[in-house]
Design a protein around this ligand. Structure first.
Ligand code: PMP
Ligand code: GLN
Length: 376
């Protein structure tokens, strides 16, 4: 293997889902819903398949999807885009890969929130970049703007943001985002912001960084249909922003996949254009499930950090007598028949993450109850 793969390994999500299948465990690890997205959207995909949408679509996306993303950004956030300012990707994952390979040169530093989504680490490394984590610290996992400012050096190329944040569930406030914007403007940095959980918030609505004064021209925003419409397996995502940043993603995407799922893109356009009600109901449903899982885990004696968004909750298992979340998660399938994710794999600073464990609540209520029952 090439050195660019050194130490990256396989994703924890595949590892833990395989463990869940092998042990017959309730899978509260990998974040995928166990109910499908809006049926009209699924029907639209079937119609597209039957209607001959089965050859290469335009590399930068089908016109329906590009226009639906444009309309979505306008309607929800007041952002005005044209078709050169959006590119469709194979999930947010390809947009992240495109952004890092297309914008980072070897030796460039990338400031990233820790705990981080695992693909960020892999792609920063493959781009030859150097990650500079800024830690969101328990118990409330807020962004410390002084630590952010201190992480910037003359080699910093971009800030890689994620809000709502996986795995902590933190939703960055407008004040925190203003702080990020001030740092980015002062040092003339690009910000790549992963907003795949934009519609899955429980307290305050999500604020896109690109809507802040002076930020549109330096912000690349990434999202995906996977979370918004409960179709994680469709792998339809997109990146939007000023043309020079979108072009960098497109320049990479051209050679990674060239184009993405022809029949799925028009179907996602139907979701975006006609089914806001789906993700509004999904967020309300997840909020109730969050409370069931958080209350249940707290009753078991775990310290629970209740999230304001996403579909993950972080617990501290040291209150349970486990110093190491990996050991806890390794013992859990056998002892209880449940799978969860050891958050330490999302940290450089093991002292911060060693004792943390992430649980997913994007599951049917009876599955969550079954998981809690087994844990009890
Ligand atoms: N970013 C974050 C923060 C995620 O949680 C996920 C979920 N898998 C992704 C990106 C990847 O999204 P996709 O499945 O659309 O590639
Ligand atoms: N985003 C999902 C999670 O955090 C998993 C995605 C994946 O398996 N790569 O659980």
């Amino acid at each position: 293997e090439a050195h660019r793969l050194d130490g990256i390994g396989t994703t924890i999500f595949a590892e833990m889902s395989a463990l869940a299948v092998r042990t017959g465990s309730v899978n509260l690890g990998q974040g995928f819903p166990d109910e499908d997205g809006p049926s009209a959207m699924l029907e639209a995909a079937v119609e597209a398949l039957r209607g001959g949408r089965n050859q290469y679509p335009p590399g930068h996306g089908t016109p329906e999807l590009l226009d639906a993303v444009i309309a979505h950004q306008q309607r929800h956030y007041g952002l005005t885009l044209d078709r050169h300012q959006v590119v469709a990707t194979t999930g947010a994952t390809e947009a992240i890969a495109g952004a890092l390979l297309g914008l980072v040169d070897p030796g460039d530093e990338v400031v990233v929130l820790e705990p981080y989504y695992d693909s960020y680490v892999a792609m920063i490394q493959m781009a030859g970049g150097v990650r500079r984590p800024v830690t969101l610290r328990a118990p409330d996992f807020r962004l410390d703007l002084d630590e952010l400012a201190a992480a910037i050096t003359p080699r910093t190329r971009l800030i890689l943001l994620n809000t709502p944040h996986n795995p902590t569930g933190t939703v960055l406030t407008r004040a925190e985002l203003e702080g990020v914007a001030a740092v980015a403007i002062e040092h003339d940095l690009i910000v790549v912001t992963d907003e795949v959980y934009e519609h899955l918030t429980f307290e305050e609505p999500h604020v896109p960084l690109a809507t802040l004064p002076g930020m549109f021209e330096r912000t690349l925003t990434i999202s995906s249909a996977g979370k918004t419409f409960s179709v994680t397996g469709w792998k339809v995502g997109w990146a939007s922003g000023p043309e020079h940043l979108v072009a960098a993603v497109e320049g990479v995407k051209n050679w990674l996949s060239y184009s993405s799922g022809a029949p799925l893109q028009p179907a996602v356009a139907v979701g975006l254009n006609e089914h806001d009600a789906f993700h509004v109901a999904l967020a309300a449903d997840l909020r109730a499930k969050r409370d069931v899982l958080c209350d249940g885990l707290a009753d078991l004696g775990l310290t629970v950090h209740r999230p304001a968004g996403t579909y993950f909750v972080t617990t501290d298992v040291s209150s349970y007598g486990f110093a190491d979340g990996r050991a806890f998660c390794a013992a859990l399938p056998e002892k209880a028949g449940v799978v969860a994710i050891p958050s330490q794999v999302f940290y450089d600073d093991l002292d911060e993450g060693r004792h943390l464990v992430r649980w997913a609540f994007c599951k049917r209520l009876e599955v969550i109850e079954e998981g809690l029952g087994r844990l009890r």
